[in-house]
Design a binder for this molecule. Structure first.
Ligand code: AMP
Ligand code: MG
Length: 479
């Protein structure tokens, strides 16, 4: 099956007209294919090489319509940095339809009813970031929207400087956001809230359909999925940067990649988003941010789920799920497989010493995955060695309680501690090359994004240490 042969449906359009706006994409000038993810294409049932499909560029540019496609943008509201905005919506995203349980969406394809002051465009720089990071998140085993392909163009787009427009074809089992519910709650349209909840259950939580208390169960699913995704973000050191309720997927997927970053040195107070002056969405605040957003969702759905009941679900589900997943992942990352009550202390001590030592979070765990009690291999990465050295003594003792052989432990640790993560300095290199029409690094990064735990001898340079000048820098939101 070729991508251009896909037949799509548009179940979202069965909802009322107030849920969406029918809109045509505005094509970019002189579009050209930059990259496509064959791995993501498999989700659609496409088994032929999509890069060879002569219609691919046209599909992304909106000039070739898939059979059954009706193009539309979705409305939603959202709490942005704590303040409620009653009407946002897909200001630069246009949906094409659904196939194989995946909703296809173009990002950067022109003005919609919801564009507000924006131009409906996405620049090459931010599109490369979204394209690669969606695939990398999947490679790390974290729920996310995926990216099928990326096109560039000759269309000029004004940001802090003139840049070129690009479009990413994103896919996700759902594009409903917490903010979609908030939109109808704010308008007092409670019948629409229920219709939306029914749609969400059909689309995302079919296993609870027509069961007793299904809306409460839906909320519980959302709480649990969100807690799991945030636990995974914290474990890999991912800072999303714009955790507004309109950027929170109803399935708990990571969506809307903007000024995101991975931690370089372990620094819990790190804030990747340059415009986030108060540090609301700092790395360490993310579990609390998600909880805040889930509270906002509980309020938004209060006309269909008793508010106290929803808050009870939140309190009983969120913290315990987050803790369970986060600690289990962290113990795996540390190579601790036997249960020991004192591990929690060893873990907290480790985080404290990583922070005082000033050391790269990802590289620390990768080196620890081959640690043979040769402290030097780890300490030479740290600016301050004493705190980590003392912790390693305790870690050495704790390892004695493990029953796995060292070789087995290394294998397990290497499968949870990525070698390759898409750090900003590497993405920046790829972007600068792409802006001179050299797209080679994007293909290299796609390879490591999809298999971050493997070695890739010929791509070692993509795992190099972050230069001092680029460590934990902040990024502009303009995209
Ligand atoms: P974000 O936080 O980046 O996901 O975007 C917040 C809101 O602004 C969403 O409703 C976007 O659709 C909208 N938006 C962002 N950039 C643009 C743009 N260039 N043109 C139109 N709308 C935009
Ligand atoms: Mg958004």
């Amino acid at each position: 099956m070729k991508i251009s042969q896909l037949k799509v449906t548009t179940p979202y359009l069965k909802l009322d007209l107030v849920f969406f706006d029918l809109v045509e994409p505005t094509p970019l000038k002189k579009p050209f294919l930059i990259s496509a993810s064959k791995d993501a294409a498999k989700l659609l049932g496409v088994d032929e090489d999509i890069t060879k499909d002569e219609k691919l560029v046209e599909i992304l540019n909106g000039t070739y319509k898939l059979e059954g496609s009706k193009t539309f943008s979705m409305c939603y509201a959202g709490h942005q940095f704590g303040y409620f905005v009653p009407r946002l919506g897909d200001g630069r995203a246009i949906n094409l339809g659904k196939v194989n349980g995946q909703n296809l969406q173009l990002k950067g394809s022109g003005l919609t009813l919801y564009s507000r002051q924006g131009d409906g465009r996405a620049v090459l720089r931010s599109s490369i970031r979204e394209y690669l990071m969606s695939e990398a998140m999947h490679g790390l085993g974290i729920a996310t929207s995926r990216a099928l392909a990326l096109i560039g163009s000759e269309t000029d787009v004004a940001r802090e400087r003139w840049e070129k427009g690009a479009i990413v074809l994103r896919i996700s089992p759902t594009w409903v956001r917490f903010g979609t519910f908030e939109y109808f709650k704010a308008k007092g349209e409670h019948d629409k809230l229920q219709k939306l909840a029914d749609y969400v259950i059909d689309e995302s939580f079919a296993h609870i359909k027509n069961t007793e208390g299904m809306y409460a169960k839906m909320y519980e699913e959302i709480v649990r999925n969100t807690a799991i995704t945030i636990a995974k973000w914290q474990s890999v050191g991912f800072n999303h940067g714009v955790m507004n309720t309109d950027n929170m997927s109803i399935e708990g997927r990571t969506i809307d990649y903007g000024p995101f970053a991975f931690l370089d040195d372990y620094e819990p107070n790190y804030v990747c988003n340059h415009t986030d002056a108060e540090g609301r969405y700092s790395f360490k605040n993310q579990p609390g941010n998600a909880h805040w957003n889930l509270q906002a969702l509980a309020l938004a759905i209060s006309p269909i789920i008793n508010h106290d009941r929803a808050l009870k679900i939140l309190e009983e589900t969120y913290g315990p799920t987050y803790e369970e997943y986060y600690l289990n992942i962290m113990y795996e990352k540390m190579g601790l497989y036997e249960k020991d009550k004192k591990d929690i202390e060893l873990f907290k001590w480790m985080l404290g010493s990583l922070e005082s030592a000033v050391i790269d979070y990802t590289r620390f765990f990768r080196i620890l995955s081959r640690y043979e009690r040769d402290k030097k291999s780890i300490l030479e990465m740290a600016v301050y060695q004493t705190p980590l050295s003392e912790w390693l003594d305790a870690y050495d003792k704790r390892l004695e309680k493990e029953t796995l052989s060292a070789q087995e432990r290394y294998a397990r640790m290497l499968s949870v501690n990525p070698k390759y993560i898409l750090k900003n300095h590497i993405l920046q290199e790829a972007i600068e090359k792409a802006e001179t029409s050299d797209f080679s690094m994007i293909e290299e990064l796609l390879t490591v994004a999809l298999s971050p735990f493997e070695e890739h001898k010929e791509l070692e340079h993509l795992a190099k240490a972050t230069p001092m000048s680029a460590k934990n820098i902040k990024l502009s939101c303009s995209s």
